[in-house]
Design a protein. Structure first.
Length: 289
């Protein structure tokens, strides 16, 4: 039997090697059969979902607690499977010796042509010396590049995220009080357990929500899905792999959303309090010129 289930929670985690990491999502859903509610999970999914999203599932009428989702064919995966399958078959054809055997059968009975070896070459000592110099120069350039990169990382560590206790400390020093809003924001933003921790403050002039997500991918998904309450006005849009910044300002409001790594910061302020909001963002290290 099939029915419709609804997503009630979602979490994510990294998997794979350091050089080939990807994010898997575990999705908890709820469905109802004959007035009874049941829960189940989808593990290691590649695509994120939001709380309240619908999932088509099938269940055992004799044991309705046992269910699974009904998957639609994934065209992208099918194309990749066919492409890589063709490549592996082609490589296997040549490595297995089949190609050599085929050529041998085709040329069976033909006389072999005499091969003339090229004249013996003499070693050019000057050329060998120059090659050694070039190799040493290349190694030196690589070492200088690596050393420079290391020094840049040490001297200029770049953009870093803050922790919730740092957020609370800076907010408190500015005269505001931050409260734990983890449960509220995980539901309002429909991200479930992907949101690990969140703190907010709101004094009617400035409102800020600071959230720590379980992965950078989760933070990116949240950042891109956020819809700001105003769309017309002065827009600032700055993209980056680690740091993303988007803001809209009109005569009444200043709204911004910022992401650094696995953290997201949402800001809403009355236009005349924008300088104070910017000052806080700079203290957090989340402002972007």
């Amino acid at each position: 039997m099939s029915t419709t289930a609804y997503v009630i929670d979602i979490s994510s985690e990294y998997s794979g090697t350091h050089h080939n990491r990807h994010v898997n999502y575990d999705i908890t859903y709820q469905y109802e059969v004959d007035g009874n509610k049941y829960f189940d999970m989808l593990y290691n999914r590649s695509k994120a979902m939001e709380l309240g999203d619908k999932i088509k599932i099938k269940y055992n009428p004799s044991a309705p607690e046992n269910s699974t989702d009904i998957l639609a064919p994934n065209i992208k995966n099918l194309v990749l499977f066919l492409a890589f399958g063709t490549i592996f078959i082609t490589i296997g054809f040549f490595l297995s010796g089949t190609w050599a055997l085929t050529c041998k059968i085709r040329h069976k009975g033909e006389m072999k042509k005499n091969e003339i070896l090229p004249p013996k070459e003499h070693i050019n000592s000057n050329k060998t010396y120059k090659n050694s110099q070039n190799l040493a120069l290349r190694i030196l350039v690589v070492l200088i590049f690596l050393g420079g990169t290391f020094l840049l990382i040490k001297l200029f560590p770049g953009i870093r995220t803050i922790k919730t206790d740092q957020f609370i400390e800076i907010v408190d020093a500015a005269g505001y009080t931050a409260n734990d809003t983890s449960i509220t924001l995980s539901q309002n933003w429909k991200v479930g357990s992907m949101l690990k921790e969140a703190y907010s403050f709101n004094d009617d002039n400035i409102k800020m929500d600071f959230a720590v997500m379980d992965t950078t991918k989760s933070a990116s998904v949240l950042f891109n899905s956020m819809t700001l309450p105003i769309s017309n006005g002065d827009i600032k849009d700055s993209h980056g792999i680690v740091h993303e910044f988007y803001s809209v300002e009109n005569k009444t409001l200043y709204i911004a959303k910022i992401r650094i790594s696995n953290t997201v910061l949402y800001v809403s302020a009355q236009a005349k309090y924008k300088p104070e909001a910017e000052k806080l963002l700079k203290e957090f290290g989340y402002w972007k010129e």
